[in-house]
Design a protein around this ligand. Structure first.
Ligand code: FO1
Length: 316
């Protein structure tokens, strides 16, 4: 279960960990399904953008911009610059090759194709060695309540640089959204469930808000391991710590554990948070203390192997 950058990196680590086990034979793809947040989706310049799906897709395809995490490595911005010259408000940075994804997705949507079908097609075309599932094909829109009013997610996050105080976060459409085909089966049939180090409020909560998803986790038969996105009281990326605090959660690994109580069997935390082990264990979870930062590609596979080792330990 994944949001954007953290989810993409751990998913890639799981695919890489599998590759080092079975070898690089493309005939043996990892049996990996990423269920991805779509609450961040936005319509920009008339195009349907699915930032988290694209971040996971590009990362699993080995194409991601490694510095910023989203977008493509070696991207050019000719269209973006030309639109700026036309006086278009270009607050959302769209690269030339990235635009191809958005044009293709938008065109498919116009024909009535569900997002899950389009995603499978695009991911296959890019050689993604995993199944990518949007959590829902229906509308799911994360909105942020601020003193200046309710903001669409990308407006809050990118245009206003997540600087507004957050009073609430809501997932519009969630009550009537249906899980995309395959999502509940994937959660039910998995050998291991992994909650990626994504923002618990902005990335994982929208997944859980889709009817049936939280229940599938609560009634899981497979072990579920989550990786804390909060390290030493801070998020590696984005406003997770600030948003947790604003919504009354503790911005710590322990705070994340409280949010995941009942859903998760093991929480992987960083060495910086080792002192919280006993508190987290009191919530009914095992704790694995490790280096939870994914700095480069080998690091992703290392963390993924530790996640899988935690499951082995739980089983034995
Ligand atoms: N994030 C930014 O901070 N600034 C951008 O201009 C931006 C453009 C963008 C374009 C395509 C895409 O797939 C993602 C993009 N992101 C950008 C990331 C996006 O806002 C993500 O939703 C957040 O990083 C949260 O996961």
């Amino acid at each position: 279960m994944a949001g954007g950058v953290g989810g993409a990196r751990l998913a890639d680590g799981l695919a890489r960990a599998h590759r080092t086990t079975v070898g690089d034979d493309p005939g043996v793809p990892p049996d990996l399904t990423a269920v991805v947040n779509t609450g961040d989706d936005a319509e920009i310049h008339g195009l349907w953008i699915s930032p988290d799906l694209d971040t996971v897709m590009y990362t699993l395809a080995g194409l991601e911009n490694r510095t910023q995490g989203w977008g493509l490595e070696g991207e050019t911005f000719t269209v973006h610059e030309a639109m700026g010259a036309l006086g278009v408000d270009t607050w959302f940075l769209l690269g030339d090759r990235d635009l191809a994804t958005h044009v293709a997705r938008t065109a498919a949507r116009r024909t009535g194709e569900p997002l899950s079908t389009t995603t499978a097609r695009l991911a296959a075309a890019l050689g993604v060695p995993a199944r990518l599932l949007p959590v829902t094909d229906d509308r799911l829109a994360t909105v942020v309540d601020t003193p200046d009013g309710t903001l669409d997610f990308q407006d809050y996050f990118v245009r206003r640089r997540h600087a507004d105080p957050v009073r609430g976060v809501r997932f519009e459409g969630a009550e009537v959204a249906r899980p995309a085909p395959g999502v509940l089966d994937a959660l039910r049939d998995a050998d291991v469930l992994v909650v990626a180090p994504s923002n618990p409020v902005l990335s994982i909560a929208p997944l859980l808000s889709v009817p049936g998803v939280r229940q599938a986790l609560e009634s899981r038969s497979a072990p579920c391991v989550a990786v804390s996105p909060i390290i030493g009281g801070r998020a590696l990326k984005g406003p997770a710590a600030e948003v947790l605090t604003a919504l009354g959660h503790e911005p710590s690994a322990r705070g994340v554990a409280r949010m995941y109580a009942g859903l998760v069997d093991v929480l992987v935390v960083d060495h910086a948070d080792a002192a919280q082990r006993a508190d987290i264990e009191d919530l009914g979870m095992r704790v694995v203390v490790t280096d939870a930062v994914m700095r480069d590609r080998p690091d992703r596979a290392r963390l993924a192997r530790e996640v899988l080792a935690a499951v082995q330990e739980l089983r034995s």
